[in-house]
Design a protein around this ligand. Structure first.
Ligand code: NDP
Length: 286
């Protein structure tokens, strides 16, 4: 196993397969993305999606709405896209303004077009290990483990973070009965007393905290495998850059393997989101 678990070779393989699949489809496979306002991080993410859609041959339509858009108007647009036979995937870009209920939006997207995998039907299927569109960040962690042949069976996995979009779905994937799964998991969050006590016991440490360089060298044990989901912006004067939840410099030597940030889980996420567009299309063909 490599020490640095880089996304690049995995991402390359995903896009090659996807491009090949898309080229064989008899119609344009299309994603519609709805975005409210102009949040810089959301624009950056969307730009990346657009670039990779064009590389893989996926059609993309972006619906730009103002942050004042009401929930009813947004729901109406989602229903239109749900019924449009030329739209195979629907996504609403986060963050959403405070007056919009995230759960209502996730539930409104037709499960077969829900490439974010947040519709309760898809989340429920994930829990019962039925085939579904998986949320791409938790799926990215699983794909990294699979790509680098990391077995979880018999190891103690410590998962830091319990959000609806990362921690909770990931917990379910980790304890699935198929490989890579079969993990024994401890979940930590902001109400965990003495988090370091748990992180020090981890054979595999997965962090989705949203706290820049939070995990220090003295919080891990020798030989741990680290998967860092965190993507945290650091601003230093004019400089802006991203770091993980793990202090990479402090933890690198002690770990057996570690994902970098950037160039780790985040890069796999977009590739899997676009692979979901293909899966969504296939489901609709059935
Ligand atoms: P949330 O803020 O929704 O959740 C963070 C979780 O970490 C919560 O469960 C919270 O606990 C816990 N937490 C926060 N601070 C602490 C602390 N000091 N001690 C212990 N637990 C703590 O974040 P997300 O899940 O949305 O994202 C997590 C990270 O992953 C972020 O850096 C984000 O940018 C990144 N991310 C990366 C993606 C990718 O594509 N690679 C996609 C999505 C997110 P509690 O529940 O008690 O509040």
């Amino acid at each position: 196993m490599e020490k640095e678990l880089r996304a690049k070779p995995l991402v390359k393989a995903i896009y090659e397969e996807l491009k090949d699949n898309i080229s064989k489809a008899e119609e344009e496979i299309r994603i519609s993305v709805i975005i409210l306002g102009e949040d810089p991080a959301a624009e950056f993410y969307l730009n990346n999606i657009e670039k990779n859609c064009s590389k893989t041959g996926i059609g993309i339509v972006i619906k730009r709405l103002s942050t004042e858009t009401t929930q009813d108007v947004l729901l109406h647009l989602i229903r239109e896209l749900n019924e449009d036979p030329h739209t195979h995937a629907v996504m609403v870009q986060k963050p959403l303004p405070a007056h919009i209920n995230d759960n209502a939006i996730a539930a409104a997207i037709k499960p077969e077009k829900d490439i974010d995998g947040f519709n309760p039907v898809n989340l429920g299927k994930l829990m019962i290990e039925a085939e579904s569109l998986l949320p791409s960040t938790p799926a990215a962690v699983i794909e990294m483990l699979r790509f680098y042949n990391i077995e979880l069976k018999g190891k103690h996995t410590v998962l830091c973070g319990r959000s609806h979009i990362v921690g909770k779905p990931l917990l379910n994937l980790l304890i699935n009965k198929q490989e890579p799964g079969n993990a024994t998991v401890t979940v930590c969050h902001s109400r965990t007393a003495d988090l370091a006590k748990y992180t020090r016991e981890a054979d595999v440490l997965i962090t989705a905290l949203g706290q820049a360089r939070f995990i220090k060298g003295d919080m891990i044990k020798e030989g741990v495998i680290i998967l860092d989901v965190g993507t945290n912006e650091v601003v230093e004067g004019d400089k802006r850059y991203y770091v993980g939840d793990v202090d990479y410099e402090e933890c690198f030597d002690k770990s057996a393997a570690i994902t970098p940030v950037p160039g780790g889980i985040g890069s796999v996420t977009t590739a899997l989101l676009l692979r979901n567009v293909w899966y969504a299309y296939k489901q609709q063909q059935k």
